[in-house]
Design a binder for this molecule. Structure first.
Ligand code: ADP
Ligand code: ADP
Length: 209
């Protein structure tokens, strides 16, 4: 069963076309990467998946609960980590943050710190925790590794693997870092200038030039 289905999607800004016939799938429990350079159309696709931008042609279907880990994290700097996590809850009764500290133990000692005072890696962990608060079926993660040390990225990746293996969490990982994306995800799409120029198993894509 598919969680995300994108078919022949065309999205533009005024006269410009940012996505020109993109098709992409993420199945239940699958980890899929979308790789592409600056300007390829990755943010446009994220915004269309989240309903912020409208399709000009084609369609986007999301079956299940989608949570976004946005590029740049977008935490509320003066609020504590715990309050930032609470903001990830969709419904009032889901506001208990305890399960997040179990999933991401690194956040425990940070819980009462203002999010704006944390390191970039710590903030990215909070953004991940906030997205997990709503117990989603699929995470869309936009440029998770940007500006972070390899050790920090490895620990974020390990958490994603765990959630995938234990809970069947599906992931659409949007990355400029192709090596990380191909390492973490079983399948990948390469986006360039608004078109999918390559797609397939990560092992095959990693071996091609
Ligand atoms: P990426 O996230 O891969 O860097 P974007 O989706 O941001 O790519 O951009 C895709 C294309 O659409 C680029 O050519 C970009 O300049 C253009 N674009 C993005 N946002 C806007 C906008 N608000 N207005 C006009 N053009 C835009
Ligand atoms: P990304 O890091 O995802 O590539 P960008 O730097 O492309 O982000 O875009 C940052 C913001 O600027 C986005 O809101 C995007 O829509 C907007 N933007 C990008 N390209 C253009 C453009 N050519 N004209 C107007 N807005 C743009």
């Amino acid at each position: 069963r598919m969680i995300i289905e994108v078919r022949d999607l065309v999205v533009g800004y005024g006269a410009a076309t940012a996505l020109d016939g993109v098709s992409l799938d993420v199945a239940e429990g699958e980890m899929v990467a979308l790789i592409g350079p600056n300007g390829a159309g990755k943010s446009t696709l994220v915004n269309t998946l989240c309903g912020i931008l409208a399709a000009r042609r084609g369609r986007v279907r999301v079956t299940g609960d989608l949570a976004l880990v946005p590029e740049g994290r977008h935490l509320f700097a003066p609020l504590t980590v715990d309050d930032n996590l609470r903001l990830g809850a969709w419904r009032r009764r889901d506001r208990d943050t305890a399960h997040i500290y179990t999933l991401l133990p690194e956040l425990g000692r940070l819980r009462d710190r203002p999010a704006g005072r944390l390191s970039g890696g710590e903030q990215q962990m909070v953004a991940l925790g906030r997205a997990l608060m709503s117990r989603p079926d699929v995470l869309v993660i936009d440029e998770m590794s940007l500006g972070l040390a390899p050790r920090v990225v490895a620990s974020l990746a390990a958490h994603l693997r765990d959630r995938n293996a234990a809970d069947g969490l599906a992931v659409l990982l949007i990355e400029q870092n192709a090596r990380l994306a191909l390492d973490l995800c079983s399948r990948a799409y390469v986006l360039e200038a608004g078109r999918v120029v390559a797609a397939g198993a990560s092992a095959e894509l990693a071996g091609s030039p």
